[in-house]
Ligand binder design. Structure first.
Ligand code: SAM
Length: 404
């Protein structure tokens, strides 16, 4: 059954501040320190322009911040509206709606207020993952607030997912973090919180080691590897790693083996120069990326692809046909690693360039995307990462048999 909110009755009068801080109705989060100071400066300059609202018992319904500021500034005469004859539910409805319409709330605070308002009307919104029932109440309420239905659902879902992460919710509402990035951080935290799987749960064909590839892969036999498929860090300061990668590949690749190495387009010339110290340039593959195109502001480029360099041994000759364009169907989940890549291209090239039982290596595992691809195709796999969190993600993914 839906209860209709009573229409508030109002008396406007001027009151001396005597009863601030007595209210159970502060249902919205406090203003940030900066917002509070800005409001205070405005009240000091122009007085209280929007009346404070109280019920007939003198409890503040709306205007807690203005009331506190008046106390701090010693202002005693400010406008007060007394709303009479409201039920408890009508009071909650009234003050939440006033704030949802008037105050500039961040997405999370907006969703929290919206949820309380919907619940005060008897709707039950699902917990994590967004509202489950009472879609009509949500739709009607969204319309009353001038927000479209999908925006309301999106904000409710965001607030649900950020509920256990107050630090991220605060950053989103302060405009310091994009909601998308906050959700990525949540997923990474969830992955990190997963228990370490037992060694027996990890496929025997996957040998994943923690440490610097120059040390922990030193025992990979000369000329034993069919394909190195990897995605090294490509920030400027780590470029020297490419020379060591080239040296490693030249030692361990079979004569017809290949190194496929994802590279940021910006660093392509440097990566080629460093890899060429030990290997022979073979080709460059283009991965056509899904989703929104990224803007590279430093170069004024709208970017829609990523290169994968193919290098061979200087004395070797790869024999398989290489298709140099691959359209990545879906973006990576970013659930496991901040630099996580999609599984699909690794799967495609490992499938085309090796046979079941062949040895595939990735010295920069991250969350094990390439390990997942190799193992799922029946290849033997050796890889490593220097970061324990990345290694944990790889082990969990391999144990769970996750492919995306
Ligand atoms: C771009 S990320 C790989 C992401 C991966 N493709 C994925 O989908 O999750 C590069 C990884 O290389 C690791 N790394 C950096 N230097 C390393 C080194 N010297 N030896 C081994 N791993 C290293 C980093 O810790 C990082 O996880």
């Amino acid at each position: 059954m839906r209860t209709r909110a009573a229409k508030p009755q109002a008396d406007v009068m001027f009151r001396r501040r005597s009863d601030g801080g007595n209210s159970p109705y502060q249902l919205l989060p406090d203003l940030s320190a900066a917002e509070y100071e800005a409001l205070k400066a405005d009240v000091a300059a122009r007085g209280v322009l929007v009346p404070i609202e109280r019920d007939e018992e003198g409890r503040t319904l709306d205007g807690h911040h203005r009331e506190r500021i008046c106390g701090e500034l010693g202002i005693t005469d400010y406008p007060v509206i007394v709303r009479t004859g409201l039920s408890e539910q009508a009071k909650v409805e009234h003050l939440l709606k006033v704030n949802l319409l008037r105050r500039h709330l961040g997405q999370v605070a907006w969703a929290q207020a919206f949820r309380r308002l919907a619940e005060s009307r008897g709707a039950t919104l699902g917990s994590r993952g967004g509202p489950a029932g009472n879609r009509r109440t949500v739709e009607q309420l969204a319309a009353e607030l001038g927000v479209d239905r999908s925006t309301a659902f999106r904000r409710l879902g965001l607030a649900d997912k950020l509920a256990p992460h107050a630090d991220l919710a605060a950053k989103v509402d302060a405009g310091e973090m994009e909601p998308k990035r906050a959700l990525e951080v949540v997923r990474t935290r969830d992955a990190e919180a997963r228990p370490e799987p037992p060694a027996s749960a990890i496929p025997a064909t996957a040998d994943c080691r923690l440490g610097d590839f120059r040390e922990v892969l030193a025992d990979v036999e000369n000329g034993s590897v069919d394909l190195i498929y990897t995605d090294p860090p490509y920030l400027g300061s780590t470029m020297a790693i490419y020379e060591d990668l080239g040296s490693f590949a030249a030692r361990v690749l079979k004569p017809d083996g290949l190194l496929l190495c994802e590279v940021g387009t910006m660093f392509l010339p440097e990566a080629i120069r460093l890899l060429e110290q030990h290997l022979r340039y073979h080709w460059c593959i283009g991965l056509v990326l899904p989703g929104k195109r990224a803007r590279v502001h430093a170069r004024h480029v709208v970017n829609g692809w990523r290169p994968v360099l193919a290098f061979a041994r200087t004395d070797g000759e790869p024999r398989r046909w290489l298709y140099d364009l691959f359209t990545v169907p879906d973006p990576p989940t970013k659930a496991w690693h901040p630099w996580e890549k999609a599984v699909a291209p690794a799967r495609y090239y490992i499938d085309k360039l090796t046979d079941p039982g062949d040895l595939v290596v990735d010295p920069f595992l991250g969350s094990g995307t390439n390990a997942i691809a190799a193992v799922s195709l029946g290849r033997r796999f050796v890889g490593c990462d220097i970061d324990p969190k990345a290694m944990h993600a790889t082990r969990v993914r391999l144990a769970e048999g996750v492919e995306s």
